[in-house]
Design a protein. Structure first.
Ligand code: 6AU
Length: 267
């Protein structure tokens, strides 16, 4: 059962390079924290990434919210990833037919596949979306997460939809490395998917727009998920960035996530 094994011992269960690199990074840095850097200027974005870099296994981006996005941002992000030893996850949530998503993934302004180790997709369009993204991403060693569940109130990714998403992943194990999900799905003992989970914050149950929060322990220990994705819990929700506070929160979530994982594999 993947949830009782150490991250480092799970590398061999994955053929995808991005999945292997992520598990190795988690083990090496003793971190299962992904910080979601949802800020709107390049300067704030790079300041947050520099501050949290030492504490994370993964940085999650929404590059289309950065007003002054340019190629230099990607260059600097890539350098920070090498300096602080983390991977990059552009949270693009692709949701179109295979042909369209292959164009969106490879090209446009953002050229996501050229720098993002991991990205994600909705399964509404059917398995063609996986094939379209794999055509671009697999030759580059990239990995894909499918949205099997969501954190927001009233979302439709439940029941048969989630089950069929898991079935689609099983049919594309070379490229699909895991899920955005709220819990580890049940499956054969030798099956190993990475479960990355948003909706994590200490001291808040949600926001005014339907987001729902759980604690790192609820996510990692109770629900068997692998990576906690924390946005505003680390960055704050205002416009200005307090680098010291951001760093303090990143350390705090890193510690909480890692101790919940240690408890899980010991139990
Ligand atoms: O911690 P927050 O609420 O500030 O940010 C959560 C981040 C946001 C969302 O776009 C994303 O996680 N997210 C996702 C992802 C990662 O795919 C899925 C979901 O169901 N809920 C969610 O919040 O950047």
């Amino acid at each position: 059962m993947a949830s009782s094994k150490a991250y480092g011992d799970r590398v061999a269960s994955h053929s995808n390079r991005a999945a292997q690199d992520l598990l190795r990074t988690m083990e090496r840095k003793q971190s299962n924290l992904c910080v979601s850097v949802d800020v709107t200027s390049k300067a704030a974005f790079l300041a947050v990434v520099e501050a949290v870099g030492p504490f994370v296994c993964l940085i999650k981006t929404h590059v289309d919210v950065i007003a002054d996005f340019d190629a230099d941002l990607v260059e600097q992000l890539t350098q920070l990833a090498a300096k602080h030893d983390f991977l990059i996850f552009e949270d693009r949530k692709f949701a179109d037919i295979g042909n369209t998503v292959s164009l969106q993934y490879a090209g446009g302004i953002y050229k996501i596949a050229s720098w993002s180790h991991i990205t994600n997709a909705h399964t509404v369009p059917g398995p063609g979306i996986i094939a379209g993204l794999a055509k671009v991403g697999l030759p580059l060693g990239r990995g894909l997460l499918l949205l099997a569940e969501m954190s927001s109130a009233g979302n439709l990714a439940t029941g048969a939809y989630s089950d069929q998403t898991i079935a689609m992943a099983r049919a594309h194990r070379d490229f699909v490395v895991g899920f955005i999900a709220m819990q580890r799905p049940s499956g054969p003992a030798d099956e190993d998917f990475l479960i990355l989970t948003p909706g994590v914050q200490l001291g808040s149950k949600g926001d005014a727009l339907g987001q729902q929060y759980r604690t790192p322990r609820e996510v990692v220990f109770d629900s068997g998920c692998d990576v906690i994705i924390v946005g505003r819990g680390v960055t704050g929700s205002g416009e200005s960035i307090n680098v010291e506070e951001v760093q303090h929160q990143a350390r705090r979530y890193r510690d909480e996530g890692w101790s919940a994982y240690r408890e899980r594999i010991a139990s």
